[in-house]
Design a protein around this ligand. Structure first.
Ligand SMILES: Cc1cc2nc3c(=O)[nH]c(=O)nc-3n(C[C@H](O)[C@H](O)[C@H](O)COP(=O)(O)O)c2cc1C
Ligand code: SF4
Length: 432
């Protein structure tokens, strides 16, 4: 992947997924350090001191999540890496699974040692073929080398890891649905409390972290939690993988230091908008984060605090670039088709609301929109806010109201003229 800039995670190469190369670069040294020189409590303390926040979307501090799991409570504990990566526009965990699978495995071993986990899981998106094969190959190598199983590195630490393949449901990336899916049941999210760290997989304390969040642990143990805080911003330390796609000259996966200037990233690192067209907007962190206009991104830096000041967030790190000339009505239609299709149907506002939103937007695009449709879209989006079991209902509402707030005139034009204001302009984009 030519478009990847690396600061901390791992320099990739054609063979960077192999154990030989990983070890030649010092791989599994952090595991050795943790097992031989640190107690599990010291590992937890380093991770907490690093201040790392989750990279899966909600930016929850990893140390706070881990602190809920009590050592020596006489129960089994479980660890699950969330490799579902279903958020549209997001493909950065895939990069770790394909090019640095041992980084994830070593980090998960350290986390398992810290959290007293005997059985760990990776829940991987069903459509991921190459990432699955790379991860499964790496796991086999790691078992052969004695990094998994009993008596790891000659200590009394034992850990086994199972890779569980999903079946293509977006909602199974939600942590409680993921657990139900591993248990062999239908992947339905469930209400909290109890938190999953109290009652999770098989009713036992379970930590679920995103692949990228976990992959930082090897670095944190090698260099220390304090060193990690020196990178990124005070409130949001470290680096982030950003997958960028859409109307951008150099799409791909980049690693940025958190707090990196947004506009510089787009115009310098990623080569600017496709075909040199003006930028219309960016969905910064997967489709569940609110769209930002070209003007809004100018003063921003790539961190949660900065994006929150503009009403959005870093989300899952999946950036979608939208060039001038793109019809936002049609774009919202694509998003709502997705949400409608993926709603698991448990909550009435989500099940009915997604269908309703989808039908209204389809009608507008078919040239049969009604003046009251815009207010209706707002209203249905608001009904989802805080009334559903999982965050998908909220997310669909935010995505809808976010686009309507900033591009309402395009919806009004479409309804009045029964066609897009941008008919034909996307064709120009295709030919650039
Ligand atoms: C509908 C839905 C889908 C989600 N999909 C993913 C996903 O694919 N990968 C992921 O890491 N987190 C996903 N999440 C967030 C997880 O529930 C959870 O917060 C995350 O895995 C925790 O890891 P982190 O603390 O390391 O970010 C999703 C959440 C929702 C509501
Ligand atoms: S919000 Fe939607 S996807 Fe989430 S549990 Fe409810 S119905 Fe299912």
């Amino acid at each position: 992947m030519a478009n990847t800039k690396l600061l901390m995670t791992f320099p990739i190469s054609a063979t960077s997924h192999t154990l030989a190369e990983y070890r030649a670069r010092g791989g599994y040294g952090s595991l050795e350090k943790a097992l031989r020189q640190m107690t599990p409590q010291e590992v937890v303390a380093e991770v907490t001191a690093s201040g790392i926040q989750g990279r899966g979307g909600a930016a929850f501090p990893m140390g706070r999540k881990w602190a809920v799991v009590h050592p020596n409570d006489g129960q089994p504990h479980y660890l699950c890496a969330n490799a579902d990566e279903g958020e549209p526009g997001t493909f950065k965990d895939r990069w770790i699974l394909e090019y640095a699978p041992h980084l994830l495995l070593e980090s998960m071993l350290i986390a398992s040692y810290a959290l007293q986990v005997r059985n760990a899981f990776v829940y991987i998106r069903g459509e991921f073929d190459q990432p699955y094969r790379r991860l499964a190959g790496a796991l086999e190598e790691a078992y052969e080398a004695g990094y998994f199983g009993a008596g790891i590195l000659g200590t009394d630490f034992a850990c086994d890891l199972v890779i569980y393949r999903g079946a293509g449901s977006y909602v199974c990336g939600e942590a409680s649905a993921l657990i139900t899916s591993i248990e062999g049941k239908r992947g339905y999210p469930r209400n909290r409390p109890p938190r999953l760290t109290v009652r999770g997989l098989y009713q036992k304390p379970t930590v679920i972290n995103n692949v990228e969040t976990l992959a930082n642990i090897a670095w944190i143990i090698a260099h220390g939690g304090e060193a990690f805080t020196k990178v990124g911003t005070a409130k949001d330390p470290g680096t982030r993988l950003i997958s960028i796609s859409g109307h951008i000259e150099n799409p791909g996966v980049y690693e940025i230091e958190i707090g990196y200037p947004f506009a510089r990233f787009i115009y310098e690192d990623c080569g600017g908008v496709l075909g040199g067209r003006p930028l219309k907007g960016i969905i910064p962190g997967g489709i569940s984060t609110k769209v930002l206009t070209a003007k809004e991104i100018e003063p921003l830096t790539l961190d949660n605090q900065s994006l929150a000041s503009a009403g959005s967030s870093m989300g899952s790190g999946g950036m979608i670039v939208i060039a001038d000339g793109t019809c936002m009505v049609r774009l919202l239609q694509v998003l709502l088709r997705f949400y409608h299709h993926e709603s698991c149907g448990q909550c009435t506002p989500c099940r009915e609301g997604m269908g309703w939103l989808h039908r209204i937007i389809d009608r507008i695009v078919a040239g049969e929109g009604r003046p009251e449709d815009i207010e209706r879209l707002y209203q249905i989006s608001a009904w989802n806010d805080g009334t559903t079991i999982c965050g998908m209902g909220d997310a669909a509402g935010y995505a809808t109201s976010g686009i309507l707030n900033k591009f309402r005139d395009e919806f009004e034009y479409f309804i009045e003229h029964k066609r897009s204001r941008f008919n034909g302009t996307l064709e120009c984009l295709k030919s650039t």
